[in-house]
Design a binder for this molecule. Structure first.
Ligand code: AMP
Length: 215
């Protein structure tokens, strides 16, 4: 399975992606997670990315394309992958096409997860992530809260709010999404590999993907 999860920030790509990882055993590759890891480690890339992410802008295409090139060549991606948060621009999509061509691989599908702006803003404002393992929670919804406030169910470490989940940065990220990422909907639709799922309920998105792919 080679799948792209497309959708605005807060559409639930990470949540649906983790459900698919459990079901199909393919890795979820999130460029956002990789960048946050670089920031945590204090690498030169992390230092540059930190400032860009904090203001809700996009990291340069060359940087993320190289990250993806490296990741896809790892053994864990031999039988497929889920891309979450990549590509985010037409330029990145073109580079991904080249990369897959070189590897003799094809995308199976691009899932566009659609959620209203109101829900996105509510979700992102209440999102909390584990500072260690990256598990995602939402304090507004009873079924997405951790068992113990502020503590990760998975690894027991502290939950934090992402620096770019503040109100102003959320709006900026949505603007960037509309301008730079939404054109990918037409790009993949023209290829006949795009399908859409309403994302208010992530489990329903998961079920829809499973009914499409079987297994
Ligand atoms: P995410 O976790 O996918 O919401 O990504 C968080 C932030 O990382 C984004 O707002 C961007 O600043 C940066 N980022 C993640 N993926 C990409 C990408 N494919 N291209 C450019 N910037 C990215």
């Amino acid at each position: 399975m080679r799948l792209i999860l497309l959708g605005a920030p807060g559409a639930g790509k990470g949540t649906v992606g983790e459900m698919l990882v459990q079901k199909y055993g393919v890795p979820r590759i999130s460029t956002g997670d990789i960048l946050r890891e670089e920031i945590k480690k204090g690498t030169p890339l992390g230092k540059v990315a930190s400032e860009i992410i904090a203001r809700g802008a996009l990291v340069p295409d060359e940087v993320v394309v190289e990250m993806i090139r490296g990741k896809l060549s790892e053994k864990i991606c031999a039988n497929g992958f889920l891309l979450d948060g990549f590509p985010r621009t037409i330029e990145q999509a073109i580079k991904l096409d080249d990369l897959l061509k070189q590897r003799g691989e094809r995308l199976n599908a691009v899932v566009n997860i659609v959620v209203s702006k109101e829900i996105i803003v509510r979700r992102l404002s209440a999102r909390r992530i584990c500072s260690t393992c990256g598990a995602i929670y939402n304090i507004e919804f009873a079924d997405q809260r951790p068992a113990k406030e502020g503590v990760c169910d998975v690894c027991g470490n502290t939950l934090v709010q992402r620096e770019d989940d503040g109100p102003e940065t959320i709006l900026k990220r949505l603007e960037v999404y509309e301008k730079q990422t939404a054109p990918l909907i037409d790009y993949y639709s023209a290829r006949g590999i795009l399908f859409e799922a309403r994302g208010e309920n992530s489990k329903e998105v998961f079920d829809k993907i499973v009914s499409q792919f079987g297994g």
